[in-house]
Design a protein around this ligand. Structure first.
Ligand code: G4P
Length: 291
């Protein structure tokens, strides 16, 4: 029997520290820009972020759009807009969407800019805090927006680093938040999605179980893509493990005795999902109606 127990690590101590730091830094900025992974726009958020940010103007950056389902990304963008966020969509690797950042921010803070102009405070820069869970692409985004190569900042628990202001242009400063903003990975479904995308290590679960769960999820949402890549044609009611094993069989991943090499199949499926070789898939459905 396969076990399905998630091994969770949660760092409330670090989160408390980050939260305090953010709350005090919020006083220094005009808006908060939150980066999420467009493939999992909810699971890649910190669960406390809305409470921490209070009524600060907000921007949502849907990143990794190169790997996400374009129609879902569009729906997620509409969803966050309906919640009052300014939204941009980026692929930080190719710089797609990066040039939308400054104009979208100025639109979000148009009222403030107008007040500055009225008071003759021309040239007073807008200050923006950039937040995101580890691995979401925050360093890459900041480097792209600021047009710098920049070394990746330390992003590990226990490693302290100071506040970093990054100059984007004459009127715009970014505050790169120190401290780690954790996702809600003690929630089983959230933990799974973070592991599927590679945001957290595979070892929350044994690799075959993890990969079988991914096979099941993809089969339910994107069956044509799995048919096309792996020639899958499972029996009705096939389990997640049956799907994984069929992928192994189709690929000819066998071990002695003609058994399917489940571990190899599991690694290949995860790798091919994470590098978008199977297709561009979003693993969380946008809400269909306003709730
Ligand atoms: P972090 O600061 O939030 O922890 O994340 P970081 O910028 O280091 O990005 C994590 C990984 O995600 C990096 O890959 C980065 O290149 C990649 N990445 C960031 N944004 C995007 C995007 O929009 N699309 C794609 N496809 N990838 C993105 P890496 O493998 O760690 O390094 P690298 O060798 O690719 O630079």
């Amino acid at each position: 029997m396969e076990t399905d127990a998630l091994q969770i690590q949660w760092y409330p101590g670090h989160m408390t520290k980050t939260r305090r730091m953010m709350e005090s830094d919020l006083r220094l900025v005009d808006a908060v820009c939150e980066i999420v992974d467009a493939r999992i726009p909810v699971s890649s958020r910190n669960p406390d972020i809305d409470a921490i940010c209070g009524d600060k103007p907000r921007m949502m950056i849907l990143n990794r759009i190169d790997m996400a389902d374009p129609s879902c990304t569009k729906q997620w963008a509409a969803f966050f807009k309906s919640r009052g966020f300014a939204v941009i969509q980026t692929d930080c690797k190719s710089r797609k969407g990066i040039s939308d950042f400054a104009p979208a921010l100025r639109r979000l803070l148009a009222e403030k800019l107008r007040r500055y102009a009225e008071k003759g405070m021309v040239g007073k820069p807008l200050k923006v805090m950039v937040v995101g869970i580890p691995n979401v692409g925050k360093s890459t985004f900041i480097n792209q927006v600021a047009g710098r190569k920049g070394a990746k900042a330390e992003n590990r628990p226990g490693v302290t680093r100071g506040k970093q202001w990054v100059n984007v242009d004459q009127g715009l400063l970014l505050l790169d938040t120190p401290g780690i903003l954790w996702p809600k990975f003690e929630d089983r479904e959230v933990g799974l999605r973070l592991a599927f995308t590679g945001a957290i290590k595979d070892d929350i679960l044994d690799i075959e179980t993890l990969s079988a769960r991914l096979a099941g999820l993809l089969w339910r949402h994107y069956p044509d893509a799995l048919r096309a890549r792996y020639k899958l044609s499972p029996e009705p009611g096939a389990s997640d493990f049956d799907l994984l094993h069929e992928i192994g069989r189709r690929r000819g991943y066998l071990i002695s005795g003609g058994e399917i090499d489940g571990e190899r199949t599991a690694r290949v499926l995860l790798e091919e999902y994470r590098s978008a070789k199977i297709g561009r898939f979003t693993l969380e459905d946008p809400p269909t109606e306003e709730s």
